[in-house]
Design a protein around this ligand. Structure first.
Ligand SMILES: Cc1cc2nc3c(=O)[nH]c(=O)nc-3n(C[C@H](O)[C@H](O)[C@H](O)COP(=O)(O)OP(=O)(O)OC[C@H]3O[C@@H](n4cnc5c(N)ncnc54)[C@H](O)[C@@H]3O)c2cc1C
Length: 417
């Protein structure tokens, strides 16, 4: 197959790039190559389903800008395409005196990020979330919920309507590049592309290295485990209740999330995963373990944060410890109120210094762009990330194009509904 642009990865970022590129350069021949049988099988289909506001991120960062704009564009997309969503807002609560300065700082940051945010007294929080116990709270009304799988179904439909091609079961196994094109050896044959976009999520560093990029950062997988409230206790949470996050970590702390299907999830934690795309505690992949342990950045991270790492591992194995964290937000929650729910694994880039890459990381290579760090809130920001990448791709067709419809494989059935 010969195409103008090959996009590796059928998660929400790869699909958004295909959608936005097709809008910007109509008629351009695009193929999305996804290794699984279903689109959105990894991070995108295993997340909390929150359309974040952008409150947490340093002003001026890509995360702050793309989350704020992505919140609006994702909600507008859901409205236009009649995708179930709910702009239910969220509350961040300080439960200890020591968290109050951090809560005020978050308020300040929210204002700087041009968001509407309001500090609330404990009584005002209880009017919204009667079961929450806290000292003060912060209301963020623009936060919303959705199923990102549903969003991907619509993205895939629109890509097909634009003449794009989506291939599943098309693992990219080898990448070669000469002056004018990329050659991708996939499980379904050879693809030649003028331009390459790597949106490989948990495999993005390997794909970038395979394409010859001198990438220093490596993906370190952090599993996020969830419980969910049993149906009789769902009334304990109306919308979304978050703790004040630890500023030294990019994770938000275990929280309560009402999902668009009405269930209420508690979590996710952040435990080092022994398999990049493994979702059970016992999943181990020797290559993944070796890649983590042989990377200097991991040991530098471990030296600084081994105590937090062990605490997370303990909480992962001990339901009582997990419940104790949840009780800091809602004291009434007990062990019998929660049951395990499917986990996700975050693709978090780590530098050799041991610093976690905080912002989105888009790396340019020869006729290629590699998305080397797109953890949360990249699902929220996906339309903006896709737009940004599409704007950076040079004009790929000079004359009026031949429509690509003959190669279109409509793939909506490949996203689990
Ligand atoms: C537990 C958890 C909770 C989260 N909660 C939220 C949230 O509430 N809101 C939010 O905005 N974000 C959230 N996120 C983050 C969000 O899910 C991700 O940022 C986003 O889904 C990243 O999308 P992606 O397309 O880059 O990656 P993925 O969805 O992981 O997609 C990458 C795709 O590439 C494919 N691939 C990899 N290698 C190859 C290859 N060699 N050949 C072909 N295909 C390949 C994979 O199979 C995969 O389908 C959460 C993430 C996790 C893990």
């Amino acid at each position: 197959m010969k195409v103008d642009c090959a996009i590796i990865g059928g998660g929400i970022v790869g699909l958004s790039v295909a959608l936005q590129l097709g809008r910007r350069q109509p008629g351009v021949r695009i193929v999305v190559l996804e290794k699984e049988t279903q689109l959105a099988s990894h991070q995108t289909g295993r997340n909390s389903g929150v359309i974040h506001s952008g409150i947490y991120y340093p002003p001026g960062s890509l995360k702050a800008r793309f989350a704020r704009e992505g919140n609006r564009s994702m909600i507008a997309f859901c409205q236009e395409h009649e995708i179930a969503h709910d702009v239910c807002g969220k509350i961040i609560v300080a439960t200890r005196e020591s968290e109050l300065p951090l809560l005020h700082e978050l308020h300040r940051r929210g204002v700087e990020n041009q968001l509407t945010v309001t500090e609330l007294s404990a009584e005002e929080v209880r009017e919204i979330e009667p079961h929450v116990a806290c000292l003060r709270g912060l209301s963020v009304p623009s936060t919303a919920i959705v199923s990102y799988r549903e969003v991907c179904v619509r993205f895939a439909d629109l890509i097909a309507e634009q003449g794009g091609c989506i291939q599943t079961e098309a693992e990219v196994r080898e990448l070669r590049h000469n002056d004018s094109s990329h050659t991708l050896e996939t499980a379904r044959g050879t693809v030649e592309a003028k331009f390459l976009v790597n949106c490989g999520g948990l495999q993005s560093d390997r794909l970038a290295l395979g394409a010859g990029l001198p990438l220093e950062a490596r993906i370190t997988p952090f599993r996020g485990e969830y419980y969910e409230l049993v149906p009789e206790r769902r009334h304990l949470v109306n919308s979304l209740v978050y703790p004040v996050p630890d500023p030294s970590f990019p994770f938000l702390g275990v929280h309560f999330t009402r999902m668009i299907d009405g269930s209420v999830h508690a979590g996710p934690n952040a435990v080092l995963a022994l398999k990049r795309e493994g979702y059970a505690k016992t999943d181990i992949d020797l290559r993944d373990v070796w890649d983590t342990l042989s990377y200097r950045g991991f040991w530098n991270l471990a030296r600084k944060h081994y105590k937090e790492g062990f605490a997370e591992a303990y909480r992962s194995l001990n339901k009582r410890a997990f419940v104790k964290s949840l009780q800091q937000l809602i004291p009434e929650v007990s062990e019998k109120d929660i049951v395990p729910a499917p986990a996700g694994v975050r693709a978090q880039a780590l530098l050799p210094s041991g610093a976690l890459v905080n912002d989105f990381l888009l790396v340019h290579g020869p006729q290629s762009i590699h998305v080397c760090n797109a953890p949360s809130p990249a699902a929220t920001a996906s339309l903006e990330i896709g737009k940004e990448i599409a704007e950076k791709i040079p004009q790929l067709r000079t004359s009026t194009s031949v429509h690509f419809a003959s190669n279109v494989e409509r793939r909506t059935s490949n996203v689990e509904r």
